[in-house]
Design a protein around this ligand. Structure first.
Ligand code: AMP
Ligand code: MG
Length: 337
């Protein structure tokens, strides 16, 4: 299959909508990461997503909507709190989990009785969903296990020959996947299953918020997790990733300078001094770090790195999402200085 990469235009969106209506899979831009989109109500089309990604069948897909009508058509119950959160955070990087209607096939929900829903903040993608007239199931457009794609080039690296079309909407603004929440306390509170750009602080203006223990902990072998995508190893390049935790710039520089591995890179914030090994910077603010993280992880492979020591982000705000992804990229390998 030839994979076309086209800039968004009315013509491109029409072409994408035709392909999707015919049961095909298309790479789409969103504000979080690129998605691999198919008709969320078509079991065969969604099966193609799993095939293209090599994704385990039990890992459910998020469905992307362009209107509250699409939400109502897809789910059985909507707690009043969900509408308040939708009002405040949609279109945006917040995914909410609801009991699903039968119209959402088991293939989409990974066999669960629930479905995850969000409204993405990308005008072209919202228009595409409107043109299709049904929600688009779309997981991140990477091969399962590798770093998520934040540019059309990343999608092409992983999906060339596997899908007919990628819409090139430029770099994703946020750079990490959406915050995933489920409702607790009869719909009055929420639990964060995966942190993202909508933070605990932002949600706690509206309700009680708890964070699932698997966000930062390594799940036990065979443990049943609420959110199947938070499994152990994920987002990994070929290079071994090790997180180095310290708030002392000099200790970090001394640590890197003392390492003797060949093909070693330091992934730094960018304002550290006196580092003598090869480095890549992923940014000083949590927002910059989220925006750059996956691109930097992919770059370690392009540069042929064997090992990358990544400076640990601050674990607050969007930094919690960066840390959550890094922990999985590093298979929970953390050195504290
Ligand atoms: P991705 O599409 O790659 O961003 O991954 C979507 C993630 O959302 C999954 O891996 C799960 O962790 C989570 N998710 C999706 N649907 C559900 C659901 N019904 N219940 C719990 N978590 C879900
Ligand atoms: Mg993913």
């Amino acid at each position: 299959m030839v994979t076309e990469v086209l800039k968004p235009s009315m013509e491109t969106l029409k072409k994408a909508a035709e392909l999707i209506k015919n049961g095909e899979v298309v790479g789409i831009p969103t504000e979080t990461v690129y998605g691999l989109a198919a008709n969320a109500y078509d079991s065969n089309a969604c099966a193609k997503i799993f095939e293209a990604k090599g994704r385990p069948q039990d890992n459910p897909l998020i469905i992307h909507i362009s209107s509250l009508t699409m939400l109502k058509n897809s789910v059985r119950e909507i707690p009043p709190l969900a509408l308040i959160l939708a009002d405040n955070f949609w279109s945006g990087p917040l995914t909410m989990i609801f009991p699903k209607k039968d119209i959402v096939p088991d293939t989409t929900s990974g066999g669960l009785d629930t479905v995850a829903v969000r409204m993405p903040d990308n005008e072209d993608t919202l228009n595409l969903i409107e043109m299709c007239g049904f929600p688009l199931a779309a997981p991140s457009a990477n091969l399962s296990g590798s770093p998520s794609p934040t540019s059309a080039t990343h999608v092409f690296q992983d999906m060339n020959g596997r899908i007919p079309l990628i819409i090139d909407g430029g770099e994703c603004e946020k750079g990490v996947e959406s915050t995933v929440i489920c409702f607790t306390d009869n719909g009055k509170g929420v639990k964060i299953l995966r942190p993202g750009a909508v933070t605990e602080e932002m949600l706690s203006r509206f309700c009680e918020v708890e964070t699932d223990k698997n966000v930062f902990a390594k799940p036990m072998e065979n443990e049943k997790v609420i959110s199947p995508g938070v499994k152990y190893k994920h987002y990994s390049p070929k290079a071994k990733i090790v997180i180095v935790e310290t708030d002392n710039d000099k200790a970090f520089a001394d640590f890197l300078n003392s390492r003797e591995e060949e093909n070693l890179y330091g992934v730094i914030f960018g304002n550290e001094k006196d580092i003598k090994v090869k480095t890549m910077s992923y940014g000083i603010t949590a927002e910059e770090q989220a925006h750059n993280l996956f691109a930097v992880l992919r770059r370690t492979d392009e540069l042929g790195a064997d090992i990358a020591y990544v400076r640990c982000p601050e674990k607050k705000g969007v930094g919690t999402a960066v840390y959550n992804r890094l922990l999985r990229a590093a298979a929970f390998n953390v050195i504290k200085l």
